[in-house]
Design a protein around this ligand. Structure first.
Ligand code: ATP
Ligand code: TYD
Length: 237
């Protein structure tokens, strides 16, 4: 008898369900959108579908370039099958241009372009507002090992090389982004998602934001902007 698919977690934008394979999960991209650690929320029609398609394209693109990910295949417009990971409770951020929390935190000017991408770790904890942490916090509290820290830094920067080039050749700027990793059979794989919900993308010609900043700043056309990016990248939606 096949086991019933059970909801195992409902995050702010995605839900995870068990599958008949204990090593795999069904990831459902919902239309729910949130910002400011869940304080601002709205359902944006069609966002789940754009993000599921967008993520599938990026994960395949990265796999083809040697980045191992949890993505297995898409299942429907809004669902994908992924490897079940033991997620590290940290968010890895790479920035090519200074903006967002970095400028608020350090009082630095917006728009500074970094010669070397800037890497930051944040603790995944909405109640605490996802605080900035360093390598020492990760090892001291057992959130990850030194090897895992090095792997995450190196992989996240490698992803930046591949995706910055991809966005650049499609007249887009990859400003910054967040990725997450999880353990699977003794190694770390790229998990979660790579979509305009977790990165900043600017139009190279106009400088217009085409990412979640449209939602954060009430600029409108959120899903339409995600679709514009998808079309520029050649994603079939
Ligand atoms: P945030 O928006 O800050 O990422 P969230 O937890 O509310 O927080 P969602 O995207 O709604 O985010 O939920 C997805 C959850 O699933 C996250 O907690 C993420 O760490 C976890 N996750 C992602 N990929 C996997 C995977 N392959 N296996 C197990 N858990 C995963
Ligand atoms: P950051 O500038 O630190 O945050 P804010 O959105 O508060 O200004 O975010 C840098 C990039 O990483 C940005 O593209 C959003 C993404 N990010 C997330 O999607 N989730 C997170 O929890 C964090 C810390 C960053």
């Amino acid at each position: 008898m096949t086991k019933k698919s059970e909801l195992i977690s409902e995050g702010k934008a995605k839900s995870l369900y068990t599958t008949s394979n204990t090593n795999e999960l069904r990831m459902v991209y919902r239309d729910d959108t949130s910002a400011f650690d869940g304080k601002k929320k709205e359902a944006l029609l069609g966002k789940g579908e754009v993000n599921n398609r967008f993520n599938a394209f990026i994960m395949n693109y990265l796999e083809e370039r040697g980045v191992e990910t949890h993505f297995i295949r898409d299942l429907s417009e809004t669902e994908s099958i992924v490897k079940k990971l033991d997620m590290l409770p940290v968010e890895c951020v790479v920035r090519n241009i200074a903006t967002g929390s970095l400028c608020r935190r350090l009082g630095v000017e917006q728009g500074i372009k970094f010669d070397e991408p800037l890497f930051e770790f944040f603790l995944k904890n909405d109640d605490l507002g996802d605080p900035l942490i360093n390598d020492n916090h990760i090892t001291a509290f057992g959130w990850g090992t030194e090897d895992e820290i090095n792997f995450m830094k190196q992989k996240t920067k490698e992803i930046n090389v591949h995706l910055s080039e991809l966005f650049d050749k499609n007249n887009l700027i990859l400003v910054d982004y967040k990725v997450e990793y999880g353990r699977y059979e003794e190694k770390l794989l790229l998990g979660d998602e790579f979509t305009p919900d977790g990165c900043r993308i600017w139009d190279k010609t106009t400088g217009e934001s085409l990412d979640k900043d449209r939602f954060r700043k009430d600029l409108g056309d959120v899903v339409e902007s995600y679709q514009i990016v998808a079309h520029k990248l050649g994603i079939d939606i």
